[in-house]
Ligand binder design. Sequence first.
Ligand SMILES: Nc1ncnc2c1ncn2[C@@H]1O[C@H](COP(=O)(O)OP(=O)(O)O)[C@@H](O)[C@H]1O
Ligand SMILES: O=P(O)(O)O[C@H]1O[C@H](CO)[C@@H](O[C@H]2O[C@H](CO)[C@@H](O)[C@H](O)[C@H]2O)[C@H](O)[C@H]1O
Length: 468
Amino acid sequence: MQDVLELLGGWMPLQRWYAGRGEAAQLRLLGSFELAPAAPEPGLRLITVALVRDDATQATYQVPLVIRDIDSAMPALGYIGAVGEQSSRASLVDGAHDPAFARALIRLISDEAEVVGGPTPNGAEPVRVYGQPMPGSRVGEFVTARVLQGEQSNTSIVCELRGDDGEEAVPLIIKIFRHLHAGDNPDVTLQTALAAAGSLRVPPTFGQLAGVWSEDEGQVSGHLAFAQEFFAGVEDAWRVALRAAEGGEDFTPLARTLGEATAEVHEVLRRVMPSVAPTTTDIEIAVEQMWRRYELARVEVPAIAEHGEAIERIYGRAADAQWPVLQRIHGDYHLGQVLAVPDRGWVLLDFEGEPLRPLAERNAPDVPQRDVAGMLRSFDYVAGALRMQAGEEVAGEWAEASRRAFLEGYAAGQGEADEQAPSAADLEILLAAYELDKAVYEALYEARHRPDWLPIPVAAIERLLADA
Ligand SMILES: Nc1ncnc2c1ncn2[C@@H]1O[C@H](COP(=O)(O)OP(=O)(O)O)[C@@H](O)[C@H]1O
Ligand SMILES: O=P(O)(O)O[C@H]1O[C@H](CO)[C@@H](O[C@H]2O[C@H](CO)[C@@H](O)[C@H](O)[C@H]2O)[C@H](O)[C@H]1O
């Protein structure tokens, strides 16, 4: 495995999902497990998944790998390098790009199989993984698979399948969680809960891969992959909204129904997942988290460093307001996370929460206004992206109208407020604080990942503070 780790040390830092930028990886193998090929294939030697700890980024990564004979048929993408001695030299391929991996993974999940990994380098318990199909889910026969292209924090594989009658069956999308975290992945738990409650606002679930592995501090458990129905040919709302804004088209009818769908999802999550009335301590912690985020961001984004006093005032008002019941929410809600699916309506994706937030925070009941604020920011991002392109404001009114329509739809979807609900004035104060908090998060995110886009959240912070 040493030569494999060496190859991965050069390859992983080049991947979009690697958490570092420009640093050299410092990899250690935590453990690995093998997947049985779903069908014999000439030249296919091994399908394995390595769990690798990187001391440079202090993260644990999941790396599916396929080893093939040098002269065997190879996938077009994903070649990592050659491994092994001269006489048994073989090709190491990124499993995400090799259909043999996707096929074996689907089989593992649908068979509800358990796999125990090999001995670990440090003598800790071996990795164990479990296929967990959604009760009643059915999957067709595997045809082929391809990696979904795009700016992704994880790697998603789209699989084409065939029914018993030979006709095309419903395709699947399998998200491979690249960063492994100890604890439930909210993408799996929340979408599974919504699907089980009969909600049409998430894709039907096929199942997941869960597992137990050893980190330095001992054994931990978590989710490794999640499979759902793939809606082929449907663009996410970010692209649709951007086009509409560019062409001066009215987006308000869609923004309104998106608001209604958001309220619907919040209502189901409140009903089927734990929710709790906030205590004074809960509120103090939430406001403290906003403030800490700003303190971190102002070090990396000097342009917002001078706004401390004004920001503190807005967060202070939120601390004094009455808060709604805390409940599970989407957590990183923006236009790129929703699809308008024909004959189904709005479908929400990617409930993993903000990748820069610790998992424990993302798994705790939260404030629904965080999601509402996220989507409001996204309409502003459309205007911001077009402003950068055109060099002047071209979609400011478009964004304002879309934001208003989204809020109207959200209010309509919520129906009558009960007597204990906070007043409209308190909710507005809370929304203002969360919108600012999201813009601060975005400033940090853009500084780290897309510095060219940094002016969008920085301008928003200035505007939100001027309005306050
Ligand atoms: N079920 C699905 N049907 C169609 N497209 C999907 C589906 N799930 C994800 N996508 C597409 O993949 C993109 C990335 O998915 P997402 O869950 O947000 O992954 P990540 O966590 O890596 O950002 C989405 O913006 C969407 O365009
Ligand atoms: O989709 P992810 O979970 O990886 O979310 C992260 O990346 C998003 C960008 O891809 C980022 O969203 C920001 O940019 C969007 C336009 O590209 C915009 O619609 C969002 O409103 C804005 O926040 C997201 O914040 C980040 O967590």
